[in-house]
Design a protein around this ligand. Structure first.
Ligand code: FAD
Length: 428
């Protein structure tokens, strides 16, 4: 009988454990190792940062669901993976042995790569619920004493949708507070153009997002590298296509929120053959590591090559839909290995995203991620905001109830109105 351990209980790891439970036999053990026993729905953090959600409304206690699904839960967190010995050292000094491991540890936030960056220094963040709650306190100060705002994503980031989302959500919240007229907004991004999203655009995301920003009076700087963040300004180097300096901007800012670059978490970093130089897990089309063949990975911690060369480094986003496809493939492949068969399931890795703007939004579907594509569609409307709320409620219910079916895919396609894909623009 096998013991399968899932390391990390975020969006990918939690459903990973549930799907493993469904695919393995009763005698097999499934365990989760996480930092804490709560699941937190990261996509709602931008709403938390303007006070539209609180911690309680987006967190789920994993203990009851794990008990119901017969899944072990180690909330101590991992100190170090010892892949050569099939064991994980926990932060309290104890060890957990495994037959198969799925790494789902998400990102470590690389704030230390730019001076003055991060919630411990001069900027806000929506990457973690604790950061989003601090960002809310800073938002309240901004409303009381309005000043300029900088939102965006720095060099090497791979998560652009939430930066756009937060710019528009903050814009709406400032309008609601009747202080928008006193807050000049600038969007600063490493993308070569607005709407690139790390995917070289999807459908007409360039046109849609530029138009939305123009209509909301949000200025932008693309091809940018942030040099430093200070309490009252952001120093940004804008580069030419050949990477040479075009302009140095000193953008005044009373409130700054930029998405950082990601890297792999310390517990799994620098393991020869397992990770790339930034600590992301190397996997093949079956989500399986080549050197440690009993180790799989899903979610943001997986190494994915950029879509192409850009003047400033831009990473590929890993969205929920894509992560779910990785999870389903991994559950099937581990079950096959346990039965003595070879892995054969492959995730689609398609990018589907709902970017909420507070009262509307933009949705896109990219199949495959890298153009040219078979499906290359984006659209906007008030329905996106409603769909995002539906997605949040549905996903939290799924985590709470221990449901294993990969309904995210079905739901996403449903809320996106898959029939709208008849209007799909084919690239070639
Ligand atoms: P996470 O959800 O971050 O989970 C990682 C887990 O691993 C955490 O529970 C963490 O505590 C745990 N962990 C880390 N280190 C250790 C350790 N040493 N020991 C034990 N546990 C550990 N995607 C969408 O499709 N739609 C969206 O609207 C969307 N919005 C987003 C908004 C924001 C602000 C961000 C940052 C991302 C968003 N994404 C969105 C992208 C993506 O879906 C999320 O980042 C998602 O949470 C990634 O899931 P994950 O499982 O890879 O990582």
């Amino acid at each position: 009988m096998a013991h399968v351990v899932v390391l990390g209980a975020g969006l990918g790891g939690t459903i990973m454990a549930y799907e493993l439970r469904d695919n393995l036999s009763r005698g097999d053990r499934v365990s989760i190792i996480n930092k804490g026993s709560k699941y937190s729905f990261v996509p709602s953090n931008p709403w938390v940062a303007v006070g539209w959600r609180d911690r309680e409304s987006i967190e789920v206690d994993l203990e009851p669901a794990c008990k119901k699904r017969d899944i072990g839960l180690y909330p101590q967190g991992a100190k170090r993976l010892h892949a050569a010995h099939n064991r994980i050292e926990l932060t309290d000094g104890s060890f957990v042995d495994y037959d198969y491991l799925v790494i789902a540890t998400g990102p470590e936030l690389a704030f230390d790569e730019i001076p003055g960056f991060g919630p411990e220094a001069n900027t806000q963040s929506v990457c973690h619920i604790d950061h989003a709650l601090s960002a809310k306190a800073a938002f309240e100060k901004l409303v009381a004493k309005p000043g300029p705002v900088v939102i965006g994503a720095v060099q090497g980031a791979s998560c652009y949708g939430p930066a756009y989302e937060f710019a528009f959500i903050l814009e709406k919240a400032l309008r609601d507070a009747k202080v928008r007229d006193k807050v000049p907004m600038t969007f600063v991004t490493s993308e070569p153009y607005i709407g690139h999203l790390g995917l070289d655009g999807v459908g007409d995301t360039k046109g849609l997002l530029e138009s939305a920003m123009r209509s909301k009076h949000i200025k932008w700087i693309t091809n940018s590298k942030v040099q430093k963040f200070e309490a009252d300004k952001v120093t940004v180097e804008e580069v030419n296509d050949d990477g040479t300096t075009k302009t140095i901007h000193e953008v005044p800012s009373a409130y700054t929120m930029m998405l950082p670059a990601f890297r792999g978490v310390e517990a799994v970093r620098d393991i020869e053959g397992l990770t790339n130089p930034r600590g992301f897990i190397l996997v093949d089309k079956h989500q399986q590591n080549g050197k440690f063949q009993n180790v799989f990975a899903v979610g943001v911690c997986v190494a994915i090559a950029p879509t192409g060369k850009t003047p400033v480094p831009v990473g590929v986003p890993k969205t929920g839909f894509m992560i779910e496809s990785m999870v389903t493939a991994t559950a099937k492949n581990i079950a096959r290995l346990v039965r003595g068969e070879k892995p054969n399931a492959e995730g689609s890795w398609n990018a589907v995203c709902l970017a909420d703007f507070g009262d509307g939004g933009i949705a896109f579907v990219a199949q495959p991620q890298i153009p040219p594509r078979n499906v290359n569609w984006s659209s906007q409307g008030k329905w996106v905001h409603a769909a995002k709320i539906g997605f949040e409620k549905y996903f939290l219910h799924k985590i709470k109830s221990g449901m294993a079916e990969p309904f995210y895919e079905k739901l996403a396609l449903q809320v996106l109105g898959i029939d709208k894909l008849k209007a799909v623009k084919f690239d070639d």
